[in-house]
Structure formats: C-alpha cells, structure tokens
Design a protein around this ligand. Sequence first.
Ligand code: LER
Ligand code: MN
Length: 269
Amino acid sequence: MIKLATQNKPFFSDVLEEKLIQIKEFGFDGLEADGDLLLERFDELKTAVKDTGIPVTSVCGGYRGWIGDFKEEERKHAIQDITIILERAGELGAAGIVVPAAWGMFSLRLPPMTPPRSAEEDRKVLLDSLRQLEYVCERTGTRILLEPLNRYEDHMLNTLDAAGSLILEGGLRHVQIMADFFHMNIEEQDIKKSLIKWKDLVGHVHIADSHRFQPGDGHTDFVHGFEGLKEIGFDKTMAFECRVLGENQEGLYKDSVAYIRGCMEKAGL
Ligand code: LER
Ligand code: MN
C-alpha cells in the first residue's frame, strides 16, 4: 500500500505534534521531514511521532554540502550530516533520505556551461560518497534515495537512466532511485516507460505538477505515470513536494490530496 506523505508547509504548525496531526487531517499518511528537524529537534520529533502514531516516512535535504560537491570540504560535511540523519531516521523507522548529486551547483545548460570537473570524475566522486553512506544504511536499516534532477538544477544526474546506471555500476545495495514527477516531466521521454524500465530500483516518489505547484493545477498526466507505478508493484512512499498556487492555500492543498487519491484509484493503485 503506497503511503502519501507531505513535506512541510508554511500553514502547518511549528509545534511538531500539532504539525503531524494536521498532516493527517489533510489526508496524508506521514511527514517527509526536512533533515534539519532530525539534526536540530530530534528528541521533540521522536516524542511527537510516538505520541501521535503518525510517522516520519522519509527525510529530504537539511544537510550541509552535496554528495557530489566540487569542494571536498563541503562533500565531507554532507557525508557527516547525512550519517547522523540516517542514524536518527533509522530510530524513527523512516525509509531513508532523499539525496540529489547536488542542487543548484552547476548546469550544463547555463553559462559558463563548462564544468570544473569531468563527467568521469563526477561519477567517481559520487560513487565514493555513496559507498561511504552504504555502510551507514546497512547498520541503520535505511536507504539512500538518489534523486535525478532536471538539467537546470544539476549537471550530474538528470534521468532515471543516469541514477540507475550509477547504482548498478557501484553494486550499491542500499541506494535506490527517487523518481520526481516534476523532473521526470522535463527529462524522461515517457514517465511510465522509465518507471517500468527501472522497476527494481525505484524506491521513492516525489510529486508536483508540471509547473511545480500542487498536483491537479497543471498539465502533468499523473494517471499515466501512476499506471507505471501500478505495473511495477510500487508500495513505498510518494511525497508531495510543491508550492501551492492560489489564495486559499490550505483548501487547495487538501483538494490536491483528494485529486491525487483519485488519480491513484484510476490507475488501480
Ligand atoms: C529539487 O528540485 C528537488 O526535487 C528536491 O527533492 C531535491 O532533493
Ligand atoms: Mn524532488
């Protein structure tokens, strides 16, 4: 059974227990927490999960640097912070952390267009970071959810093919592909076909509509993509990662959850 999660929203309470209860009232099954909640407010978060019974399904961001950082010092920071986050995610029973190669560090489609490191070096660096994190995943029962981003947000991993082939090349057993509908809408020729191709490695999903706002407001064909998830028997977490367009933010977000649940039903999920 797929779990529907949400990242934080400005209209959710900052009191963690209240936040989790609100999330449930909005129609979600759990929270995709920002990493800084696990780094800065872990005891409070653990108590809130225990008292409400509403889970942290997964973690996204909130650490220093990137696993593919050009700066070695920053890459070390990323590995250090992600290690702590994974240890705490394991304690919470969360699946693991969503990790792109880097975000906003370099784009091959924007000036200066020539990166300071070769593609071969990029892969070496990424494999080194992922291998170090594999050990942490193994002892904490967690996973790295490796996320390809669109060409304007990252230059190393843009497609499910790129992330999947890196995982296979490294023989990484605790790293899976994080499939984001916003990025896939830009980079994949056919979202459904790509999901089916990487069926054994798809471990987590992000959803936003074509314009990165709430699902149902843009023109992404979610039912088509969800048919791919149905075909591969995906039964993990799908997290909303979007801004909300419109005046009545809370009402529109609730409508979007209902819209997505309807799309899931149409796809037989
Ligand atoms: C950034 O666009 C994104 O999709 C996040 O999930 C980054 O991990
Ligand atoms: Mn994403």
